[in-house]
Design a protein around this ligand. Structure first.
Ligand SMILES: Nc1ncnc2c1ncn2[C@@H]1O[C@H](COP(=O)(O)OP(=O)(O)OP(=O)(O)O)[C@@H](O)[C@H]1O
Length: 646
């Protein structure tokens, strides 16, 4: 890079030409003030430096854009979104077909929906699409420079036109002006200054962030580095599409670093939300450090959370705990939808503890719920006797499966008679959670030739149990098709909670290539593909119910057993409690709202809506005290209750 001293050497001229030098006399040179031509040459060198700076920044940005590590994730997200969209369309059609009672369409669409639920983006296809996207980006980035460089040569050679060659100096001037702008914007040079300062400004020392608050005292080494990058925000964010973002002084709390980002100009918090990868790159956040952006207190602010710390939490399970655990980032309970579920995890991953949580939650549920525990190893069952129906030996397992089969058939017959499409649990016929521990054991015990047809008996529970209020939970150490989960069940066990798996192979088989369950910690860290959770979210920390005494302290309950239809208590006791409560609450009125029923029954609003939908009552509008409200009309509730009396 030229500097001011160069003008001295550039000003050197020969006093006499070499040819004229007298023999034996050394050539001498005398410095004199630089002529205009030399000053012009120096200025050209300066602006050339600016042009080089702009070109190098442009190149870096293009390179980062083409090699963007998040491109793969974006491709997978787009593929998933497409599947989700298709699924929503088919589900909508299915609902309509159900309302029309078009059985053929319902069957066809149900199969289509199951196919779609099973479908996941294939890793190979995602690789190919990512490569295609990178090639496209590269072609777009290279198009303009290639056209400017080669176009004039081609024009000259093919058409003899010289004037397209002017594109070269024009491009040079354009780059030089941009480079100057960059240098000025970075504060490395004033508009009038020489280019010496195009050198990047030195970063402030780590740990001395811009306006660092006293909260930053006690930062770890990693946090100190990130705080240093935050302090150097202007330089590190340049050229990343983050113009108009200004960080306020950061602070440290139990979750890590928190910093408010003010936005201005064309940047808004919403746009910034889509630029998290660029923010991560600007701050050089390590891969394992999670970060998220959320709206700030003021309209033009966003809050960046860099989760470098895990807060201490009391993770002991006790009655009243919601869901299976908490999101390890946000600390919010993770409540998964009811239904069949696959639980997988290698030895020591925390399957037994998770199953305990699932069974304890079912035992304590507000909705009438029973648990059937199929435990071929038998060790765990001792803790649950008197609370659940346990089956350990082949005979016990066959017996309980036969009872479940009969129960399922009876429920189906009752549902057809009542003209409802899903089961509303009652005290007499509760929701039944069938938990199969050590699925691989069941697979190895299965011997249809000797009438030990366990898988054949479990299959209808997996496929048809859901609408009949019977949910199968299949737990296995080896989530491999065949040995750990029978192919007959695999297709329908779409909701998965996966603890640490033995390796990538197991992870790919059970969840797919865009998940990383094999990188989880042992002892209660899990991922789930249901309940709105995805591979980008932090792991779930499962509630800790490893204490045997806590299991023994759970309330005793009458273990479930099938009572043949004739032995069921007579109607109207069979009227589902939610319907009965809705009838009582709407007495003398035109209807009752969902929240009022939820309050009256001590249930969630969603459970109330599900229960009423199951008995064929849908939400509607009615007027109350001259005001239109949304809820459940009295006449619809009465109509549903009459179906039970038939
Ligand atoms: N949610 C949890 N919270 C805290 N600790 C846990 C949790 N889950 C598991 N652990 C710890 O990990 C140990 C192993 O858990 P667990 O017995 O559930 O593993 P597993 O997957 O069933 O293994 P195996 O299949 O070999 O029996 C437990 O004894 C407990 O110390």
């Amino acid at each position: 890079m030229p500097d001011q001293d160069d003008t001295i050497t550039m000003g050197v001229v020969w006093e006499a030409g070499a040819s004229e030098a007298p023999r034996g006399r050394e050539l001498v040179h005398v410095p004199r003030p630089a002529p205009a031509a030399d000053r012009l040459r120096a200025a050209a060198a300066t602006w050339n430096t600016y042009a080089a700076l702009a070109w190098s920044r442009r190149w870096q940005t293009a390179e980062a854009y083409v090699q963007d590590p998040d491109l793969y994730r974006e491709t997978v997200d787009a593929a998933r979104e497409e599947i989700r969209r298709e699924r929503a369309q088919v589900a909508k059609k299915l609902d309509k077909a159900r309302m029309r009672k078009d059985e053929a369409q319902v069957r066809l669409l149900s199969e289509q929906l199951q196919d779609l639920e099973r479908r996941a983006p294939s890793a190979l296809k995602m690789d190919a699409l990512t490569l295609k996207a990178r090639s496209g980006r590269l072609a777009r980035q290279a198009a303009v420079p290639a056209a400017i460089t080669l176009g004039p040569v081609a024009a000259l050679a093919l058409a003899g036109m010289w004037w397209p060659l002017l594109a070269w100096p024009a491009a040079w001037v354009w780059l030089a002006v941009q480079g100057h702008g960059i240098a000025v914007a970075e504060g490395a040079v004033s508009a009038a200054e020489a280019p010496a300062a195009v050198e990047p400004a030195a970063a402030p020392p780590p740990g001395a962030p811009r306006g660092a608050s006293s909260d930053s005292v006690g930062a770890s080494e990693q946090e100190t580095a990130i705080l240093g990058h935050l302090a150097d925000w202007d330089r590190r964010s340049a050229g990343r599409g983050l113009d108009g973002v200004t960080p306020a002084p950061p602070s440290l709390d139990s979750l890590g670093i928190r910093v408010v980002l003010a936005t201005s100009g064309r940047m808004t918090p919403e746009k910034l939300g889509k630029r998290l990868p660029e923010v991560r790159a600007a701050l050089a956040l390590p891969r394992g450090v999670r970060a998220d952006l959320s709206p700030g207190d003021v309209g033009d602010q966003a809050v960046l959370r860099i989760r470098t710390r895990t807060p201490e939490r009391d993770m002991t399970w006790r009655p009243g705990r919601a869901g299976i655990g908490v999101d390890s980032d946000t600390g919010r309970p993770v409540v998964l939808p009811k239904g069949r579920m696959l639980i997988a995890g290698t030895s020591g991953a925390g399957k037994s503890v998770l199953l305990r949580v699932v069974m304890a939650e079912a035992l304590c549920a507000a909705e009438p719920t029973a648990v059937v525990y199929i435990d071929p190893k038998g060790e765990e069952s001792g803790l649950w006797r008197g609370k659940l129906r346990c089956a350990n030996t082949v005979d016990e397992i066959l017996a309980v499966l036969a009872e479940l089969d009969a129960e399922s058939d009876e429920r189906s017959a009752i549902m057809q008679q009542r003209r409802v499409s899903s089961w509303a649990p009652t005290e007499e016929r509760p929701r039944i959670v069938v938990v199969v521990d050590e699925g691989a054991e069941i697979v190895s015990m299965d011997a249809p030739q000797d009438d030990v047809d366990l898988i054949r008996r479990l299959q209808p529970l997996a496929t048809m149990g859901r609408s009949r209020g019977i949910d199968l939970v299949w737990a296995t150490q080896k989530p491999l098709l065949g040995s750990g989960i029978p192919s007959q069940l695999n297709g329908v066990m779409q909701d998965k909670v996966v603890l640490k798996t033995a390796g990538r192979n197991e992870n790919n088989q059970v969840l797919g290539a865009d998940w990383s369950s094999h990188e989880l910690e042992l002892g209660g860290s899990a991922l789930a593909n249901t309940g709105g959770r995805g591979p980008d979210q932090a792991p779930i920390q499962v509630w800790d119910l490893s204490d045997d005494a806590a299991v023994l302290a759970l309330p005793d309950a009458q273990p479930w057993a099938h009572r043949p239809a004739g032995k069921q208590p007579a109607e109207p006791e069979g009227i589902p409690p939610v319907l009965a409560a809705a009838l009582a609450l709407s007495e003398g009125a035109r209807g009752v709202t969902g929240p009022e029923i939820a309050d009256g029954c001590g249930l969630d609003l969603v459970d109330v809506q599900e229960a009423l939908r199951a008995v064929g009552v849908l939400g509607d509008r009615f007027t109350r005290d001259g005001v239109q409200v949304r809820g459940y009309r009295r006449d619809a509730l009465e109509e549903a209750s009459r179906r039970y009396a038939q």
